[in-house]
Design a protein. Structure first.
Length: 195
């Protein structure tokens, strides 16, 4: 498969589950449980497609996909939408802990994920890792505010599209830092938002 084809597969893996969730929710009678079943199925399909096409299990999509399947499955078993609504908070806090904990232990998890695509000095990797860690903390806090204070419909829109938009905006704000050191022809896709 060409590099361009692989990029489309990565986008599919990252964005198919939240889009499936939104489509089933908004066009399926605003049934949260049907939409939850859709995100579970879409997450499993995404992980399988990513593994088959790339012939490896990419750590971040695998983690996000498994968390969507677990939290979605628990939501369906206990018939409690709050379980899925808290998932973005939990996942983003775990990602923040991994990144910030890695920096505290003088390791750099972000470099492990993106090191092949970007050649950056250690201090820039550290700065970028801290920024992403704090960003994930911010996403967790925003998710808590939205699901606890807004309607279910608003939260579904936020989860399906708002998190992606916030992530893309954040990544764009990091480009000035990266442009000084960029030596690759193509940037990797941004880390997927928590689904």
């Amino acid at each position: 498969m060409t590099d361009r084809g692989r990029k489309w597969v990565r986008y599919f893996v990252d964005y198919f589950p939240p889009i499936a969730f939104a489509v089933v929710y908004f066009f399926g009678g605003r049934d949260f449980m049907k939409a939850t079943a859709a995100i579970v199925v879409a997450s499993v399909i995404s992980v399988i497609v990513g593994a088959v096409v790339e012939r490896r299990l990419a750590p971040l999509p695998l983690f996000v996909g498994l968390m969507a399947a677990v939290f979605g499955g628990l939501t369906l078993i206990f018939d409690d939408p709050r379980i899925l609504k808290v998932k973005p908070t939990v996942v983003n806090l775990i990602l923040a802990a991994i990144l910030l904990g890695g920096v505290a232990m003088r390791r750099n998890p972000l470099k492990l994920l993106l090191g092949e695509a970007l050649a950056l000095p250690e201090d820039v990797w550290r700065k970028l890792t801290v920024r992403f860690g704090m960003f994930y903390v911010g996403l967790a806090l925003v998710n808590e505010a939205v699901w606890r204070t807004q309607s279910e419909e608003t939260w579904v829109a936020f989860k399906s599209f708002g998190l992606t938009i916030l992530t893309l905006v954040f990544v764009a704000t990091q480009l000035p830092l990266l442009m000084k050191y960029l030596e690759v022809k193509d940037l990797p896709p941004p880390p997927p938002p928590e689904e």
